[in-house]
Design a protein around this ligand. Structure first.
Ligand SMILES: [Fe+2]
Ligand SMILES: [Fe+2]
Length: 303
């Protein structure tokens, strides 16, 4: 893109009479280069622009105003061109530096944000199982999202939502969460409230955590509309549809107080059967492809 803009600027420079005006156009590829690639590329783009204009000015004596009849450019004309080139290169260097600083600052903030989320899951969890459950769900959800072709910033949001998806269980007692016997209907209803309770906890927080709120609020919705909020299909945020598959897969493949863990193949079959009913078929398809290609492995070091 940068190259094609440079070529376009050169072509305009060659064809249009008001060359001084066209010189301003070279700032565009330089600024875009600074914004996308940083200081080094921006400076190189500016140097290339200056070189290009220099060659054009040398080969076409109509290019700069008041060129002498002999085709030689007077010193004053070259001085103008030199000043313009120096300003362009300086601008490129400054813009590139500022952009790189900004990028580093954002990267630092992202690192801090993810570090805080990882620490937070320890407080959200009431025991090692829940803590590791959140982490594993975040790994599975990120793998499915990557398989579905999501951009990395969206995958970051899905990972964060998955890490905090059960934050509402903070308000559910430990005895109730790990009760081995059958739950009464009021107990089931209370546990079922952990989605809105999670929403209440995160509601005052802004920024990326506010973005992931809809995913947390809907992570137990069913694709066919039979969930608590009766959201159906596309009405359920896609992040929530992804977390739903990751959440159920992890629950099935973990030991629970009331049953032993299933094998990953048994869990996969249950998820495949739920496609179009409990789960989004597109998410299930991505889950299956990821299972077939890499398996749903979670790095041991974090567990
Ligand atoms: Fe949940
Ligand atoms: Fe969960």
């Amino acid at each position: 893109m940068i190259l094609s803009m440079l070529i376009l600027a050169a072509a305009l420079n060659w064809l249009v009479t008001s060359h001084q005006m066209i010189l301003g156009f070279y700032a565009l590829p330089t600024l875009i280069s600074a914004y996308v690639y940083g200081r080094r590329h921006a400076t190189l783009t500016a140097v290339a622009s200056v070189g290009l204009v220099g060659i054009l000015a040398w080969s076409n004596n109509q290019l700069l105003p008041a060129v002498t009849d002999t085709g030689a450019l007077p010193i004053s004309r070259w001085y103008g061109l030199f000043s313009w080139g120096a300003i362009l290169i300086l601008t490129a260097y400054a813009m590139g530096t500022l952009h790189e600083r900004h990028k580093n600052r954002v990267a630092e903030l992202r690192q801090t944000y993810h570090g805080v989320l990882l620490i937070l899951r320890q407080f959200v969890a009431k025991d090692k199982y829940t803590e590791n459950h959140s982490y594993r769900v975040s790994v599975y959800a990120a793998k499915i999202a990557a398989r579905m072709g999501f951009a990395s910033s969206r995958i970051d949001d899905i990972r964060a939502a998955a890490l905090l998806h059960d934050i509402g269980k903070l308000d559910v007692s430990r005895q109730l969460l790990y009760k081995a016997s059958t739950l009464s209907s009021s107990e089931v209803e209370h546990i079922g409230q952990h989605e809105p309770m999670g929403g209440d906890i995160l509601d005052p927080v802004g920024g990326p955590l506010r973005r992931i709120l809809p995913a947390i609020l809907a992570h137990h919705e069913k694709y066919d509309g039979s969930g608590d909020q009766a959201l159906r299909g596309e009405e359920i945020p896609v992040e929530a549809r992804i977390i739903a598959v990751a959440d159920v897969y992890d629950a099935l493949t973990s030991d629970r107080p009331y049953r032993k863990a299933m094998s990953s193949f048994e869990a996969r079959d249950i998820i495949l059967k739920g496609s179009g009913v409990d789960f989004d078929p597109a998410v299930v398809q991505a889950f299956q492809r990821e299972m077939d290609r890499n398996g749903m492995e979670v790095p041991e070091i974090f567990l």
